[in-house]
Unconditional design. Structure first.
Lengths: 559, 318
């Protein structure tokens, strides 16, 4: 960072200078946030949801929603105060000087406009009027952003693109104004890890080539550490720590940062809490299982999937999608088996079929020795109780109109288990198991945090005493600290209750932390399966190796 | 896309045939005897029989029905039992009046409604929103005929700005034609405008809060561009549906409005025909109204898919 003065005119050293920033709605939500960004510098803003990082960037862009306003402090772009700039000036700066790569690629493109037009819209605003020139640049920008066949694809609508491709289009838009500052707001948190890596690599390359400064907002310390020069940790509207990635990750000073670094899921199998507990829990688990399925032979496997196929027919086009292509694996009783894969790998289809929500096209699934395809109503009812789901999104998987007690009790009502009094006692018991206070029962889902809701969802799954929990991305929607708590809860439940767990996830770190065995899936096929430690330490399939390499910050955090 | 449109047209055709059946039997279930209505109370039974034979009413229902279907196909809808004129001819002279009136009303309602709705969204919590809400409430709750009478009193009789009644063919004299239709069209369009105002406000509030609008603003787009290309464009998806649903009400509203402003339209023809049990005319009029309703919905369906590309694809797939 050298001081620049040219011709006696004072130029700011910094592309962006935020000082003493306070943003208020009714009350202040940001307190004294300050940082600087030099030309070409990459700065990460790290924190959990609600920490104020998104508010900070909205304030920089002048896009605070509702009654939000900067109540004190300054945001300076190349020395010019943005807080006091008028609307026209901000409009000119946006896109041309400060561009945004937004968080949710699925929702950030106009669904009723061709993507090419959305890029062209920006170019025209920045003063390009010749339409041949506009088209040429749209194709160029899309190609640079890594979209193949841009010449044709520019006429497609957003819903015809995958999430990763949509994010590339948004990157193309951000680059279209040749800005000297790009604000990337959690640009990849909605994407698969290998896609995430591609997008981040690409963004990084483009930014470096152009010498653009980057303000990178993320909740992921790994990503931040790997890809930026400076890390700023935010908590509760304040900057609690700042430094180089080595300082922040290697020697965190602030308590909150320490917790964050500790909780950051890493793929070190070294600490292995799950194994220790899992092993302790697996022995009684079989015992419990035996008690429940009276008179029947118990196999060591809670779930056996043999040569499972699932074919979806696309109506009217005669096309078929092979969601599952001869999948076979087993899940051991009392242990956690993870199924890992990216979107489209077929992992969620397995969950649906095991839960009996869908049927396989061919193949066999034995849940506790019973064929899931069982035809009799009574048998299906037993199977329904055998396994219970915990879904990804705790916000939409709880009925918002119901109180918590009714939500948790519902499986008992459905299966007609026990009297009202017994059901009530059982609700209190599972609530205790998921470590929530009894006062929760009076409330409704909207009053709870994401982590609390996921505990409720787990309590609901546990109440009918299933032998197998099927967790479909059960922690992916949660912040890392909360994620860690929920994973810990799963470990405790497994050692305490001996319940088996099929854990569907895309997150290798979660697998490493929780699962005893892992099944790696790609395009509807199992590419590798085995004990978690073996798979992670000595991955044999090329795809698994690629997955491992894509985990952000794996090098830094483990160092 | 072509397939989507063809499917929609086929569905519309089926709907039309089914409504034809309902109309035919529905009209015959009306109380009253057309022969009696024509000949008067003192007619002899022989005279009544003669009239029935003339109209084909003495034949079995099924035979009448087949003839009815035949008449639709050939376009010869018979003759009015009241005036003796060809029904096709009567509809040909009255339908344009109603079509122009409705079209004009829709245009007025869409322009006024979307403008007021967008103003309400733009100035949330300030007086323009309150004003817009008040006007919308008024438009919904004050009956058409009352508003019509007030307008005739105030704007036509006292101020003399508009003619109180009458019709000039729009095609032969567009300026006077439109001038004569203005008052009736505004009155007829009022409730539709009110509905559109409310809907526009609600969907604009929703779409202006979306991530893609935020992104559009972050791109540095000008305010009008964000408002129209990103906000309104997506609000239209809901609006078109609502407007399509409301058009049925517009046609029935036309009956009243035509009466008040003494316009020689389909509405007036319908009323006259119903009072005199003029079966062929009632049948034909209802048929025409049904057909236009089906056509409107077809247009809405197709328009909807043009505005919302996602519909097109998912419909294609199913």
């Amino acid at each position: 960072m050298s001081t620049e003065t040219s011709g006696g005119v004072e130029l700011s050293d910094f592309v962006l200078e935020v000082s003493g920033l306070e943003v208020s709605y009714e009350a202040p939500v940001l307190h004294d946030v300050g940082f600087t960004l030099a030309p070409g510098e990459r700065l990460a803003l790290v924190g959990q949801s609600g920490s104020g990082k998104s508010t900070t960037i909205s304030a920089i862009l002048g896009l605070l929603p509702g009654t939000g306003h900067v109540s004190s402090g300054a945001v300076k772009y190349r020395g010019e105060d943005l807080v006091r700039a008028d609307r026209a000036r901000l409009q000119t700066l946006r896109g041309r000087s400060i561009a945004l790569v937004p968080q949710d690629p699925m929702a950030s493109l106009n669904p009723s406009m061709r993507v090419g037009d959305q890029i062209a819209d920006a170019l025209r605003t920045y003063g390009m009027s010749n339409s041949a020139e506009v088209t040429h640049n749209v194709v160029r920008l899309m190609t640079e952003a890594g979209i193949p066949d841009a010449e044709n694809r520019r006429r497609s609508y957003p819903h015809e693109f995958s999430g990763g491709m949509r994010q590339r289009i948004l990157i193309a838009i951000a680059l279209s104004g040749e800005p000297d500052l790009i604000i990337a707001d959690e640009p990849t948190s909605a994407l698969d890890v290998t896609v995430q890596k591609q997008i981040l690599d690409h963004l990084q390359k483009l930014v470096t080539e152009r010498g653009t400064s980057l303000l990178f907002v993320t909740h992921d310390l790994g990503v931040a550490g790997e890809r930026t020069d400076t890390i700023l940790v935010m908590n509760d509207g304040r900057v609690v720590e700042r430094g180089t990635p080595q300082q922040v990750l290697g020697d965190p000073q602030d308590e909150y940062t320490k917790a964050l670094v500790k909780a950051a899921p890493s793929i070190v199998v070294g600490r292995e809490p799950s194994r220790a507990l899992g092993a302790a829990g697996s022995t009684p688990a079989v015992g419990v299982g035996e008690g429940r399925v009276d008179g029947e032979a118990i196999s060591a496997n809670v779930l056996e999937v043999n040569d499972l196929h699932k074919i979806y027919k696309l109506h009217g086009r005669g096309k078929e999608v092979h969601a599952l292509n001869g999948v076979s694996f087993t899940a051991k009783r009392g242990q956690t088996t993870a199924v890992i894969g990216e979107s489209g790998s077929g992992k969620s289809t397995i969950a649906k079929i095991v839960l009996g929500l869908e049927r396989g096209t061919s193949g066999e699934i034995l849940a506790g020795g019973r064929n899931v395809d069982a035809s009799s109503r009574a048998e299906r009812s037993i199977l329904r109780r055998f396994s219970q789901p915990v879904f990804q999104d705790p916000f939409s998987s709880l009925n918002p109109m119901w109180g918590i007690e009714r939500i948790i009790r519902e499986p008992l009502d459905v299966f007609k288990v026990g009297t009202q009094v017994e059901r009530k006692r059982k609700v209190a018991e599972v609530l205790d198991q998921v470590a929530l206070p009894a006062s929760m029962l009076e409330r409704r889902p909207a009053e709870l945090s994401g982590g609390q809701r996921q505990r409720i969802a787990i309590a609901r799954a546990l109440i009918s005493e299933p032998e197998l929990l099927i967790c479909d991305e059960a922690v992916s929607a949660l912040d890392v600290l909360v994620q860690e708590q929920i994973l810990e809860l799963f470990r405790q439940l497994q050692s305490g209750l001996g319940v088996s767990c099929l854990f569907i996830t895309h997150d290798l770190a979660v697998v490493a932390n929780l699962a005893d065995d892992v099944v790696v899936m790609k395009n509807g096929e199992v590419v590798e399966a085995g004990a978690t430690r073996d798979v992670i330490d000595r991955p044999t399939a090329e795809y698994t190796q690629k997955l491992l390499a894509a985990v952000p910050g794996s090098g830094l955090l483990n160092a | 896309m072509t397939r989507f449109v063809l499917t929609k047209i086929f569905h519309a055709f089926i709907t039309f045939v089914l409504s034809g059946i309902v109309i035919f039997f529905g009209v015959r279930m009306l109380p009253g005897d057309p022969a009696l209505a024509m000949a008067g109370e003192e007619a002899t039974p022989e005279r009544l029989d003669a009239i029935r034979a003339d109209l084909g009413l003495d034949q079995p229902l099924l035979v009448q029905f087949v003839k009815f279907l035949g008449s639709i196909v050939t376009g010869d809808l018979g003759e009015s039992t009241r005036t003796g004129l060809a029904v096709t001819e009567m509809i040909a002279t009255t339908l344009p009046v109603t079509l122009w009136l409705s079209l004009y009303a829709i245009v007025v309602a869409v322009i006024v409604g979307i403008t007021l709705g967008m103003i309400a969204e733009r100035f949330r919590g300030k007086w323009p929103e309150l004003g817009s809400n008040f006007i919308a409430l008024l438009g919904l709750s004050v009956p058409n005929f009352w508003l019509g009478l007030l307008a005739i009193m105030g704007l036509a009789v006292i101020l003399g700005w508009f003619p109180a009644s009458g019709y000039v063919d729009v095609l032969s004299d567009p300026i006077r034609g439109i001038y004569y239709l203005t008052l009736p069209a505004v009155i007829l369009g009022t409730s539709l405008a009110a509905v559109i105002t409310r809907q526009t406000r609600a969907s604009m509030i929703e779409s202006m809060g979306t991530d893609y609008v935020r992104m559009a603003r972050a791109k540095g787009l000008s305010r009008p561009r964000v408002l129209f290309r990103y906000g309104l464009r997506n609000s239209l998806i809901v609006l078109v549906t609502i407007i399509g649903l409301q058009l049925g009400g517009l046609i029935s509203g036309a009956v009243v409005t035509e009466r008040i402003f003494a316009l020689p339209g389909l509405g007036k023809l319908t009323l006259d025909a119903v009072f005199s049990r003029d079966y062929p005319v009632i049948q034909a009029v209802v048929l025409v109204i049904t057909a236009s309703y089906i056509l409107i919905n077809l247009a809405v369906d197709i328009l909807y898919s043009v505005i919302n590309p996602q519909i097109r694809v998912s419909e294609d797939a199913s």
